[in-house]
Design a protein around this ligand. Structure first.
Ligand code: ATP
Ligand code: MG
Length: 560
């Protein structure tokens, strides 16, 4: 490869391929099926599948299902769907750590025979208490020097279900004085009577993550086992097991910084809590940072992959501005979706000098910057229209270029109109805005070249499609939810969802179906929600229009 690798992992991979240390790259994405995938997982997916793709290798999907208590089939299915949605294909390489339970067990007996593992009768609390600290060595277990025969006998009886849950463990026999606590005779198996989503009740001992992970990598021929930084201190143990088993294939573990996002929580425990306690409507609530939530919100896989590429890879933890994710979706939709008109907070505009029965069809390009790309639709125009209540002010400040008494504005693709006044109800509320139009300005341009600064969008009252529109704000109101030991739930933004009913859309949007994306001019990018029924759109706002890349970059600099 001639180009300089993008990051330190790609550099390692490129070097190992060049030197012949590895022949073909093989990575894996190893989710634990105990929750839905989130944007942090996307970083790992894009990295693992991306590296395999770029270097002509393979990437497996491996479910790390060693903890039967929290795992569920629902999660397995959602994970498959989400990885596929992101655009990656594991072909027939869908594996489960539980497929290796028998092999792992045989290897455990092998370690016992080599004097490198023993059955320990200490309770979990005692194991913890004899671990030592960073400054003090641990205390060897009184069971550490059992004979091979006794260890084999006890492990077999553990497996056969002769002992109660938690009464014994199998531990690696390494070094109770090791500076790295992970090497102080870590637990390999615990006794646990729990139904497993794949192995059922076949097992009552389950391997720990440390015991299962590297060996699963070795079985699958993984060359680079990419994981997040919290596993850095586990790497010596990862290597110790491979060494002790004298496995011919030695995967290499490389750590990178996990993704953290401002105004967002990415811990599965917290996400589960948000769902189970009803703070959101489900895993796919459009405010959730889960991939299913982002999908329902209207994010595209392209935008998420661009975001992951943009944030890059580092060895040091950092927090990424969530505005960067919002920028990525805007950037993708900006060049790919059609522009239409819809009014979220409608107020009636009556054009006094426009004939009652007349309907004109205005030609409006779907993609004004390049009309040929998406063509035109006809937008009906008549005497009564809906406009945004926020586009009118009776007593406007200086730079308000929209509608105000005596002021002329442009109705997008239609005419210049001049406001003549308002009609109020008995309570003094404005119920109608009145205006006159200039018939010589069809299309929106004045033949005399007079200057009209404001352009507003509108929908014909007679032809409007009624819709519900859901506007979202960030789920949390502070950049670091739960920081400083606070309960993260206390940081929930109480105004993160605003559902608007009686919104008015132009008729070309009558037939939208779930997943359709488009821009409502001046208002944002929207997607039709699965709650949409025929003729009755329910829209989610994906993002509003503002915020430039330059602004985000500046803010990101400041938070560093
Ligand atoms: P758990 O606390 O349940 O272990 P987890 O977030 O580590 O949660 P896993 O299912 O074990 O979830 O993660 C699968 C893979 O995704 C792992 O390789 C993990 O390192 C990676 N991953 C998880 N969260 C992030 C994140 N925020 N950024 C980057 N990678 C992540
Ligand atoms: Mg994990």
């Amino acid at each position: 490869m001639s180009t300089e690798p993008r990051d330190f992992i790609r550099r390692i991979v490129a070097e190992e391929l060049a030197s012949g240390k590895v022949e073909r790259v093989h990575t894996r994405f190893p989710p634990e099926p105990n929750g839905y995938l989130h944007i942090g997982h996307a970083k790992s997916i894009v990295l693992n599948f991306g590296i395999a793709e770029e270097f002509g290798g393979l990437c497996n999907l491996r479910f790390d299902d060693t903890n039967p208590i929290k795992e569920e089939v629902e999660y397995v299915e959602s994970i498959r769907e989400d990885v596929r949605w992101l655009g990656f294909d594991w072909e027939d390489r869908e594996y489960y750590a539980s497929d290796y339970f028998e092999q792992l067990y045989e290897w455990a007996e092998q370690l016992i025979r080599r004097g490198k593992a023993y059955v320990c009768d200490l309770s979990p609390e005692e194991v913890r208490a004899t671990r030592g600290t960073l400054t003090e060595p641990g205390t060897p277990s009184p069971y550490r020097d059992r004979s091979v025969e006794e260890n084999l006998d006890l492990l077999r009886r553990m497996r056969a279900g002769e002992f109660p849950d938690g009464s014994r463990t199998l531990r690696a026999r390494i070094d109770m004085a090791a500076p790295n606590l992970n090497l102080r005779d870590p637990v390999m198996y615990r006794i646990l009577r729990a139904h497993h989503h794949r192995t059922g009740d076949a097992w009552c001992i389950y391997p720990t993550y440390d015991w299962a992970h590297g060996q699963s990598d070795a079985i699958e021929g993984i060359t680079h086992s990419l994981c997040t930084l919290e596993f850095e201190a586990h790497r010596p143990l990862y290597d110790w097991f491979l060494e002790a088993l004298e496995l011919p294939h030695r995967p290499r573990q490389i750590e990178f910084a996990r993704l953290n996002l401002t105004y967002t929580v990415l811990s599965k425990r917290r996400l589960l809590q948000l769902v189970s306690e009803g703070h959101v409507s489900g895993w796919d609530d459009p405010r959730m940072p889960t991939l299913s939530g982002l999908r329902r919100r209207g994010y595209t896989p392209e935008a998420i992959r661009a975001f992951c590429d943009r944030i890059g890879l580092a060895k040091r933890d950092s927090v990424v501005d969530v505005a960067l994710l919002e920028w990525a979706i805007r950037d993708h939709l900006n060049t790919t979706v059609r522009r239409t008109m819809g009014v979220l907070r409608p107020v009636r505009l009556v054009i006094e000098n426009y004939p009652e029965e007349l309907v004109e069809e205005m030609d409006a390009p779907y993609f004004p910057d390049e009309p040929a790309r998406m063509g035109y639709r006809k937008v009906p125009f008549c005497r009564e229209l809906w406009i945004e209540a926020t586009d009118f002010m009776e007593d406007p400040p200086k730079k308000f270029w929209r509608m105000a008494p005596g002021r002329e504005v442009r109705l997008r693709w239609a005419y210049l109109v001049t406001c003549t006044g308002v009609v109020r109800d008995a309570d003094g509320e404005i119920v109608e805005i009145r205006a006159t139009y200039d018939p010589a300005t069809r299309g929106g341009d004045a033949p005399d070249g007079r200057r009209v600064r404001g352009t507003i969008h509108w929908v014909s009252a007679r032809h409007a499609v009624d819709a519900e529109v859901r506007l979202y704000d960030r789920l949390f109101s502070v950049p670091e939810p739960g920081a400083g030991g606070r309960d993260f739930l206390a940081d929930i933004n109480p105004d993160s969802l605003e559902a608007l009913h009686g919104c008015k859309l132009e008729p070309s949007l009558a037939g939208v179906t779930a997943g359709d994306r488009f821009q409502l001019e001046r208002t944002g990018y929207f997607v039709a929600d699965p709650d949409t029924t025929p003729g009755r759109p329910v829209l989610n706002r994906i993002v509003p229009l503002k915020d430039t890349w330059a602004k985000i970059a500046r803010r990101q600099q400041q938070t560093r």
